[in-house]
Design a protein around this ligand. Structure first.
Ligand code: ADP
Ligand code: MG
Length: 387
């Protein structure tokens, strides 16, 4: 176990094309950190830098408090599972699992103990005599994971280890990985492009985009309070709705205007020094709202003053209803923008129908239109505040 610290780490493979751009990230000892980002965002590069397979152009990497500059991979006590892990085809599963241990001079009895423990945990105990050619994809993946874990490294780096597996197996391995980590307790850095995998596995998530860290937070924090519009739309299936509208902030009120809706005024308490918005000036912003926070009702536009909770109320037209197994996703058109609503009950709606969408404003996020950064309006009302 060891803490990993990256300070202002940059890496470019070609002049002017930064694969990683001034990365600051501290991963606590024994923590399970998931790095989440789309393909090409720099995830593999980040792992290879920690492993010592690449050298940073700038910045420092520390493991267990020690600067890793000039320390070769085999001296870092780091195990990495690659995206397409290769097992030794001429060796049995047992020998594959024991390989790193033998190379490190671990005594025979201890080797056997560790291999059996890991094999049992990953459900490959009965396959120890087989060769890799006789294993299924999932079994091979488990052996690759087991080989890395059996060494009991201080740091375990996992590069999209489940991306080549089909869905039920992936779900099973997520659980196994969490359990394995609980028992072995290495510091884990797991990278993936799969946001649901990230949310379910990570104790914390670092979301990366184009070589930069967008946000580091708990899964709940990333989901509820995205720091960037990119994070808002990348996390969730589908991601947050982003709706451009106009707001005007006063000392005690927030007005929201959208062409498709009522003009709404909420009582708020604003500390002018806390808010980045100018007072008494209309500003175009983006409202971020999760599909499960968009509730569809009949055709009549209710007066927000009659609502018990702070909803934004918008006129919408139904453009489609999609069954998603357990819930329905309704595509709405609001003015010229699209808004998705998720509902657990079968909606009785037909295409083209006019409805009203209620947006749960106390769960909304606000983003600056030009920078995409989250804005703290300091006026997110609690549901009771308006009662
Ligand atoms: P990810 O793992 O998130 O898909 P990578 O870390 O593999 O992203 O790549 C980040 C960026 O760096 C990409 O633009 C990729 O093309 C580039 N890159 C990565 N490795 C190399 C390399 N060895 N040579 C040139 N470019 C590379
Ligand atoms: Mg990669």
């Amino acid at each position: 176990m060891a803490q990993i610290e990256l300070h202002q780490v940059s890496k470019a493979f070609a002049p002017g094309a930064l694969a990683l751009d001034r990365i600051d990230l501290v991963i606590a000892q024994g923590e399970r950190m998931v790095v989440l980002g789309p393909s090409g965002s720099g995830k593999t590069t980040l792992l290879r830098l920690i492993a010592g397979l690449e050298t940073p152009d700038a910045g420092t990497i520390r493991i267990g408090g020690r600067d890793m500059a000039g320390v070769p991979p085999h001296r870092r006590d780091v195990s990495m599972v690659f995206q397409n892990p290769a097992l030794y085809p001429h060796l049995s599963v047992f020998e594959n699992l024991a390989f790193g241990l033998r190379a490190r001079g671990v005594a025979r009895a201890e080797r056997r103990r560790r291999v059996h423990a890991v094999a049992e945990m990953l459900g490959v105990g009965r396959l120890l005599d087989r060769r890799p050619a006789g294993l299924s994809g999932g079994e091979r993946q488990r052996v690759a994971l087991g080989r890395a874990v059996a060494r009991e490294p201080r740091v375990l780096l996992l590069d999209e280890p489940f991306s080549n597996l089909d869905h039920p197996l992936r779900a099973a391995l997520r659980g196994e990985l969490v359990e394995l980590h609980r028992r072995f307790g290495s510091t884990v850095v797991h990278v993936t492009h799969d946001q649901s995998e990230a949310l379910s596995i990570g104790q914390r998530l670092a979301v990366v985009h184009e070589g930069r860290i967008m946000q580091v937070d708990t899964p709940g924090g990333i989901y509820e309070r995205p720091a960037q519009r990119f994070v808002a739309s990348f996390v969730g299936s589908p991601g947050m709705n982003l709706l451009a509208l106009e707001v005007e902030l006063g000392e005690t009120t927030l007005q929201i205007r959208h062409p498709g809706g009522n003009e709404i005024t909420y009582p708020v308490s604003v500390h002018p020094q806390d808010t980045v918005l100018p007072l008494h000036e209309p500003v175009r912003l983006e409202l971020g709202i999760r599909p499960e926070s968009v509730i569809i009702s009949g055709e009549t536009l209710v007066d927000p003053a009659d609502c018990r909770y702070p909803f934004a109320v918008l006129r919408a037209i139904v453009r489609g209803v999609e069954f998603q197994g357990g819930s329905w996703l309704v595509t709405l058109q609001v003015d010229s923008q699209t808004l998705l609503s998720r509902t657990p009950r079968l909606p009785v709606l037909r295409e083209g129908q006019r409805v009203v969408a209620h947006l749960e404003l106390w769960r909304a996020s606000w983003f600056d239109l030009s920078t995409g950064r989250r804005l703290e309006l300091h006026c997110q009302l609690s549901p009771d505040a308006i009662a």
